[in-house]
Write a protein that binds this ligand. Structure first.
Ligand SMILES: NC(=O)c1ccc[n+]([C@@H]2O[C@H](COP(=O)([O-])OP(=O)(O)OC[C@H]3O[C@@H](n4cnc5c(N)ncnc54)[C@H](O)[C@@H]3O)[C@@H](O)[C@H]2O)c1
Length: 146
């Protein structure tokens, strides 16, 4: 299993996408669609206020029949956000996501937000590890038999 720092570096886009708490939910969903991502960090200056995800939108706007253009992000964001450190392992992150039923974790280094990892980032890492092990086993078997 790789470190969170390694997984962050492997992401093709290093930008952390954020939105203000006063922005409309419509604008948040629009930004998520434009960037092809499922979450935005809600920030005000340097302060991290929470996270808004597609799940928040589905459950707190669609199901409640609220208007996304008239609802500010602040009203539907999830304020309790979980953080991991860059030195933690992807396995720990996967356990945390499974236990807490989350798909995104913020990455903090000494009080500074340095990135965000999603469940897809972790799955991609697991698949690449498995491919590596399979390749090694194949080489071992062909070496043994040849
Ligand atoms: N091939 C890849 O490299 C890769 C990586 C991650 C996800 N995916 C695929 O994308 C789909 C959706 O992924 P998901 O459910 O993990 O969530 P997602 O759509 O929120 O995340 C997709 C990517 O965007 C990044 N991201 C999301 N929100 C961000 C933000 N606010 N700031 C910066 N980066 C942000 C994630 O870290 C991840 O790399 C899945 O089908 C998954 O398999 C592919």
């Amino acid at each position: 299993m790789k470190s969170v720092a390694y997984i962050l570096k492997s992401k093709p886009d290093q930008t952390i996408y954020t939105i203000a708490p006063t922005a409309s939910v419509f604008d948040a969903v629009k930004l998520m669609a434009e960037k092809n991502i499922g979450a935005l960090v809600v920030t005000e200056g340097d302060a991290i206020l929470g996270i808004i995800t597609e799940r928040d939108y589905a459950r707190k706007i669609v199901l409640m029949a609220r208007m996304s253009r008239e609802t500010p992000v602040r009203e539907i964001m999830t304020a309790s956000v979980l953080y991991v450190r860059p030195d933690q392992r992807s396995e720990e992150c996967m356990s945390l996501m499974t236990e807490k039923r989350l798909r995104h974790l913020l990455v903090m280094d000494g009080g500074e937000l340095i990135g965000l990892i999603s469940i897809g980032d972790l799955v991609k890492d697991i698949i690449s590890q498995q491919k590596f092990i399979i390749r090694q086993l194949e080489q071992y078997i062909t070496g043994e038999l040849g």
